[in-house]
Design a protein around this ligand. Structure first.
Ligand code: MTE
Length: 313
């Protein structure tokens, strides 16, 4: 029997963090109110490089998850399996120089550097991110459509998928010294999913370059799929004819499929996917209903017309 190492989203594990985040938010607000009423309530990282981004499409007017929660409650197993490990350990990651290797079924393989990626017209996209562990956040990403990058390459007609790979560098990624997952972390999309205008490569959030714990310097964001499809710190993109292997499917195939579209009607074998909690909303906040395709059904449901989404989970 495969060993299942995905952490349970037990209330006992999540609740103290929620309370903690709320308390921090409260203290930040109280501090700002008593001393510097003009300061914005959101504490961003003063040292971080700012990015200029135009407002992008598909935004939501739901309340954004506070910066502290977005950057303090993460899944990034390369830095440990605990939610606070990435914020604690990811400072050691060197993100310059950085390149993504582009290969596979493409007539113009090559490498693209982070400077070139940052030169794409950047947009702010406020997306919901729904984790398979049944929590969610609303995050103002800064990035550009993945399609804009793919269009620069002469991809062969036989390419049906694009595979992504995260950096392997155990000297800087302490989690890679343990076998919590098979390294490198890998993910994949069908070509039409990769070309969809909702799919972005993100290089920042909250108007700043991407914090290391969120997948610096460049990560994928696919908002209608469970969060684990949104692979961080990408170093390779390969065009393939066959469906590529994906980390959580390798880890627990009976629990995680290739598609991983958010679907409240298909429960995870160990918990319901019908509702979610918004990180930062606090202990007594009501759970909210999970929407098909994480609320992006109007944009993406047609990609799966005729497919049995119970079998193709
Ligand atoms: N990418 C890599 N390389 N390693 C990871 O462990 N975790 C995934 C995804 N991308 C992960 C990853 C999971 S489970 C989630 S929910 C999101 O990243 C979390 O993104 P966030 O920390 O920016 O909210």
């Amino acid at each position: 029997m495969p060993l299942i190492r995905f952490p349970q989203p037990a209330a006992s594990e999540i609740t103290p963090k929620e309370v903690f985040l709320n308390r921090r938010r409260f203290m930040a607000a109280a501090g700002a109110a008593s001393m510097l009423p003009a300061l914005p309530a959101l504490a961003q990282n003063a040292a971080a490089q700012k990015l200029t981004a135009a407002p992008g499409p598909f935004g939501t007017d739901e309340e954004k998850t506070p910066y502290d929660a977005v950057t303090g409650y993460n899944n990034f197993y390369e830095f440990g399996t605990g939610k606070e490990d990435p914020a604690r350990n990811a400072g050691s990651l060197t993100t310059k120089p950085w390149t993504i290797k582009v290969d596979g079924l493409v007539n113009t393989p090559g490498e693209i550097g982070i400077e070139e990626l940052l030169a794409f017209p950047l947009e702010e996209r406020v997306y919901r991110l729904r984790c398979v562990e049944a929590w969610s956040m609303v995050i103002p990403w800064v990035g550009f459509p993945l399609a804009e990058l793919i269009k620069r390459y002469d991809v062969q007609g036989s390419a049906k998928y694009v595979a992504f790979e995260t950096l392997v560098r155990p000297e800087e990624m302490p989690g890679q010294n343990s076998r919590s997952l098979d390294w490198p972390y890998v993910e994949g999309l069908r070509m039409d999913e990769a070309m969809h205008p909702l799919t972005i490569l993100a290089v920042g959030l909250y108007g700043e370059v991407m914090p290391n714990q969120n997948g610096a310097p460049v990560r994928l964001v696919v908002p209608w799929k469970y969060g684990f499809k949104s692979i961080k710190s990408i170093v390779r993109m390969s065009f393939t004819e066959k469906q590529p292997p994906t980390t959580w499917n390798i880890q627990a195939p009976q629990e995680y499929g290739f598609y991983s579209n958010v679907n409240p009607e298909v429960d995870h074998p160990r918990w319901s996917q019908a509702s979610e909690r918004r990180v930062g909303d606090g202990f007594f906040a009501k759970r909210i209903e999970t929407l098909p395709f994480n609320g992006y059904g109007e944009q993406v449901a047609s990609l799966y017309a005729g497919m049995d989404l119970r079998a193709n989970y």
